[in-house]
Design a binder for this molecule. Structure first.
Ligand code: HEM
Length: 454
């Protein structure tokens, strides 16, 4: 029980109920589901104005309790009292297609799996992934350049898929990977759908078929990868071992691989798209990053691992873009006991959550939230003094994103191969709208022109 002694004294004689939390149930049956999906920002702001920073709503056929602000983010993510299950928070959305992925494990079991997986993200393996990114990126960016004007979201999604083929699976991205690509994209699309049952003809049915295909494919490959040194994530997982010699079983490798791929794909796609949008709108920042890349001598084909951390301004710009548009807009959990937060008692087995995008765009937390100002992330811009949980695009605590450094690395390799050679141009006076749920993406696909630099 997480309630302290003082709370215990005041404990009501009846069990806590979700209806003790201020809020409302909304429309019959669907509650707030459609209002929230349509415009999550306005929905959240309205609910907070009416009910405060802890409020109850009804979405996806359940009561939910939303907690808002940096303290709430810290309370949920740090979870010092082991109050919250990530598995049961995410299960309604990811449970069918991504069961037993890292985010769908809890507490001690999660910790032991994470230890093994962490070995695949140490410096040695990361250098191998970088080599693969460096080998493939220039020709793909040159293809974009030759196209001139194109929809950036679709292009980066395709590039992300090709990179996953080589970096995640260790396959030739120019080979015939159409079946694998289809299976993977069907799974990711299905995880975003509202229909959660695999009725024939629905995206969920295609997702379930995709999962079956991937399980067969990966299972057949595992014996070929065990004991073999190869610089892709799949081979690394097949040979990953923690300090006590624990390894993953075949089924665990399959479950983690499928989940990892999903966790990386649309998040990198979304984050690089929003960065390109901001750089297209803020030409001075585009130039600053270009200068930084040049000053580091990164005009040649490969970005050395040792220089990745020197791309400081590039990283500030990415962080600021992730602040304005965090790809994972909201994070769910389920309470595993009655939990008290700021005077509210939330009963056991309640779906709770926080919204990164709501915190990141809250003017009380980030003044002038609409302004793109990467220097917010410099020491003099407040990076050291700000609440540590004011910026949470990668979560935090036990479930903090395992692929965070990989995401930075991939973004930096793309920028280092793109900006020295091209200007990013958007149509004149262009503004796009970003759809927030389930992952942030531009509604119009983001029309971009890459203009070759002399
Ligand atoms: C900009 C890109 C990315 C963003 C914004 C992002 C965001 C997140 C967030 C918010 C979480 C925590 C969710 C929670 O607490 O419930 C998470 C977890 C995770 N991410 Fe990422 N992610 C990104 C890229 C990646 C990449 C590239 C990989 C793999 C290479 C990856 C693998 C994972 C995994 C395995 C977890 C689960 C960690 C755990 O439960 O212990 N992510 N990510």
């Amino acid at each position: 029980m997480s309630m302290n002694a003082a709370t215990e004294d005041k404990k009501p004689s009846r069990a806590p109920s979700v209806f003790d939390i201020p809020g409302e149930t909304g429309m019959p049956l669907f509650g707030h589901t459609f209002t929230m999906l349509k415009d999550p920002m306005s929905f959240g702001t309205n609910m907070r104005d009416k009910y405060g920073d802890v409020y109850r709503s009804y979405t996806f056929f359940r009561h939910n309790v939303s907690l808002h602000g940096p303290d709430a983010n810290e309370f949920i993510l740090m979870d010092r009292e082991k109050n919250f299950s990530s598995e049961f928070g995410w299960k309604p959305y990811l449970g069918r297609l991504f069961p037993r992925g890292l985010m769908l494990l809890d507490f001690d079991e999660h910790k032991s799996h994470r230890h093994i997986m962490a070995t695949a993200f140490k410096t040695g393996p990361m250098k191998g992934y970088l080599e693969r990114l460096n080998a493939e990126m220039p020709k793909r960016i040159a293809e974009w350049g030759a196209t001139g004007s194109f929809q950036f979201y679709a292009a980066i999604k395709k590039l992300s898929l090709d990179m996953a083929t080589t970096v995640f699976l260790g396959l030739d991205p120019d080979g015939d990977n159409s079946k694998i690509n289809k299976a993977l994209t069907d799974m990711v699309s299905a995880s975003m759908g509202i229909v959660r049952v695999p009725i024939p003809g629905t995206i969920m049915a295609r997702g379930v078929k995709g999962r079956k295909f991937m399980i067969n494919f990966l299972m057949q490959e595992i014996p070929k990868r065990r004991g073999v040194e190869q610089s892709d994530i799949f081979s690394q997982l097949c040979n990953a071992e923690d300090d006590d010699g624990n390894k993953f079983s075949d089924q665990e490798i399959v479950d983690h691989m499928i989940f990892l791929w999903m966790a990386a794909h649309d998040t990198v796609t979304s984050s690089v798209t929003t960065l390109v949008y901001e750089l297209g709108k803020n030409k001075q920042w585009q130039q600053k990053i270009r200068d930084e890349i040049r000053e580091l001598g990164l005009n040649s084909d490969a970005v050395p691992y040792e220089k990745i951390n020197d791309l400081v301004l590039t990283e500030y710009a990415f962080k600021e873009s992730l602040r304005k548009n965090p790809p994972v807009p909201a994070t769910p959990r389920m309470t595993v006991r009655d939990v008290e937060f700021k005077g509210h008692v939330i009963p056991k087995d309640t779906i709770i959550g926080f919204s990164a995008v709501a915190t990141h765009r809250d003017p009380d937390v980030w003044p002038e939230p609409e302004t793109f100002d990467p220097m917010r992330f410099s020491p003099e811009g407040g990076a050291k003094t700000r609440h540590r949980y004011a910026w949470v695009p990668f979560g935090g605590g036990a479930h903090m994103c395992v692929g965070l450094h990989f995401a930075y690395m991939q973004m930096k390799v793309i920028m280092a191969h793109l900006l020295p050679h091209y200007d990013i141009e958007l149509p004149e006076d262009y503004e796009t709208t970003f759809k927030i749920m389930p992952l942030i993406k531009p509604v119009d696909g983001l029309p971009v022109t890459l203009k070759a630099r002399a």
